[in-house]
Ligand binder design. Structure first.
Ligand code: G6Q
Length: 546
């Protein structure tokens, strides 16, 4: 493990202590008051990114809060840590790796050196290879074993090798080739694979096996089932497989062992974390769907947000502000969750994508130097596209007992203009944020003639914070910006909390235990079970009922 210099504990920092004291005063301050006293607030507390506007005025913050948060970021070394990331330092200390998803979208003019090698030319070589392949599939030039063109593309992967591709495909569906069908298989539950292929013909289907390690249980199990399914559909001809399987991996040896020609392997590097990999070769399904030009536009969008994050002062820096506001509520207002509420149907998988990005990154209880934290770290991220959520869980956000900061995401234009739909959709974005912030007092309710007994039920306390993120139109470039916005917000939080946002040791234990239990479930004779009595009993129940 790389050495970490022990740093001052977060709670001992002056800015942290000042924030804690300031938070006590802020508890009684309402957004109604803040807006009433400051007519310029709605204009002033906004920040403009490359293609995004962040309105953070409906947060329970004052100029003092913001300057203390900025000070905290500075004291925690946000600037230095950002430079360390962008220049390829091994900031993922527990895995001794550089963290260079920013290199995946760096233009050819940039130079980023890792272990003595400039990685930018390597990135572009893979992108060119992907583009060549994507063009061949899209044009019908790439033929299946029976000479038919490919009509279906099935991505097999899980976690970072699935969530990004699914989210991006859904988000950019408008730009996709509608003659191709895309499916995504991730779960080891056989239903996922069975349902994904039930209406597909093997001779028109291409499988992309996406796995950085090429050893992941779920992905390899699904890939082997896909191989059998394809063989069956192709008349058992082993040589036919080459035309129907390609791999996306860093592990050429395992790819070859599986039987995929490494000529048809698209590589990436150990400095790309799974949840930061949708813009690497892991995005091959995205590139086949939307075409290389659109994919490159998406990368340019990512890059523009990278530049914004790296060069803009914290007080005007969208990702930094977003990250710091989450620290504010998580650590000083006991907020446990953040709701992601995109008012854009194409972003329906965006909250699920962000769940991994945020929670796998900052769901940590020790600092870089291994000390147990004495403050809260990563909150739970969740959400659904608007307006659906309004008819289910928004009740709790408006009138429940918990503080749930919300990120509303909306667009000026829709990709599917249809009568008055879009104005209605956007009216709801603005109305929800307004209602959460300002609520409705008992007097206002009474003035409507509501019977006294009902008044408390109809009161909205307000003072519930939200960000509103607006952009003109959902384009590939905009999606890149949006993902990079959250990537760097997560980074900012990780820097303040002093955790390693790039490892994920927490997923290991369950995997190891499952490996042991698989044998016990499959054993023809009753195995000797040495778990706790609950687990033993559950295994016995399963064995006797399966
Ligand atoms: C993400 C994690 C994890 C990973 C999956 C799939 O940051 O590392 O979600 O992406 O476990 O791993 P493979 O790509 O190696 O199959």
């Amino acid at each position: 493990m790389a050495t970490v210099t022990e740093t001052k504990a977060l709670v001992d920092r002056e800015a942290w202590k000042a924030l804690a004291a300031h938070a006590e005063q802020m508890r009684a301050v309402t957004l109604r008051d803040l807006f009433a006293k400051d007519p310029g607030r709605g204009e002033r507390l906004t920040a403009q990114g490359p293609g995004l506007l962040l309105d953070y005025s409906k947060n329970r913050v004052t100029d003092e809060t913001l300057s203390l948060l900025v000070k905290l970021a500075e004291d925690c070394g946000l600037k230095q840590r950002t430079e360390a990331m962008f220049t390829g330092e091994k900031i993922n200390v527990t895995e001794n790796r550089a963290v260079l998803h920013v290199a995946l979208r760096a233009p050819t003019s940039e130079k980023i050196v890792v272990d003595g090698e400039d990685v930018v030319p390597q990135v572009h070589a893979v992108l060119d290879k992907m583009a060549g392949f994507a063009d061949r599939v899209r044009s019908g030039d790439w033929k299946g074993a029976t000479g038919k063109r490919i009509r279906n593309v099935v991505n097999i992967g899980i976690g970072g090798s699935d969530l990004g591709p699914v989210m991006a495909y859904e988000a950019l569906r408008h730009y996709s080739d509608r003659n191709l069908t895309f499916r995504f298989v991730s779960n080891v539950d056989g239903t996922d694979f069975a349902e994904a292929v039930r209406d597909l013909q093997a001779d028109e289907t291409l499988f992309l096996v996406a796995s950085k390690t090429f050893t992941t249980l779920e992905t390899m199990t699904n890939a082997h089932s896909a191989r059998e399914w394809a063989l069956q559909g192709l008349g058992g001809d082993e040589t036919a497989i080459a035309k129907h399987f390609v791999a996306i991996s860093t592990n050429a040896k395992e790819v070859a062992k599986f039987g995929i020609d490494t000529e048809n392997m698209f590589g990436f590097w150990d400095w790309v974390g799974g949840r930061y990999s949708m813009d690497s070769a892991i995005g091959l399904s995205t590139m086949i769907a939307i075409g290389p030009d659109n994919f490159r536009a998406m990368l340019d969008g990512f890059h523009s947000m990278d530049v914004h994050f790296r060069t803009t002062p914290v007080e005007k820096n969208l990702p930094a502000l977003l990250g710091l506001l989450t620290v504010w509520y998580t650590d000083f207002f006991d907020a446990q969750t953040v709701a992601i509420l995109p008012y854009e149907q194409y972003l329906k998988r965006f909250p699920a994508y962000l769940q991994q990005l945020t929670m796998e990154s900052n769901g940590k209880h020790v600092t870089l130097d291994g000390r147990h934290v004495t403050y809260e770290t990563g909150p739970v991220y969740w959400g659904e596209p608007g307006t659906n959520g309004q008819h289910s869980f928004y009740q709790l956000i408006h009138q429940g007992t918990r503080l749930i900061p919300c990120d509303f995401i909306g667009f000026a234009k829709t990709l599917n203009p249809l009568g008055r739909h879009h104005d209605m959709l956007m009216a709801n974005v603005f109305a929800q944020a307004e209602a959460l912030a300002f609520g409705k007092t008992a007097e206002e309710v009474r003035a409507e003639g509501v019977p006294e007994a009902l008044v408390p039920h109809k009161v909205f306390e307000g003072n519930r914070p939200s960000n509103t993120i607006l952009a003109e139109l959902l384009t590939p470039s905009l999606l890149g910006q949006m993902v990079a916005l959250y990537e760097h917000a997560v980074f900012t939080q990780g820097v303040v909390w002093g955790v390693d946002s790039f490892d994920q040791w927490g997923v290991e234990l369950g995997k190891v235990l499952a490996q042991r239990i698989i044998g016990e479930l499959e054993s023809p004779t009753p195995p000797e079970l040495k778990h706790d009595t609950s687990t033993n009993r559950l295994i016995e129940w399963y064995r006797s009922h399966k």
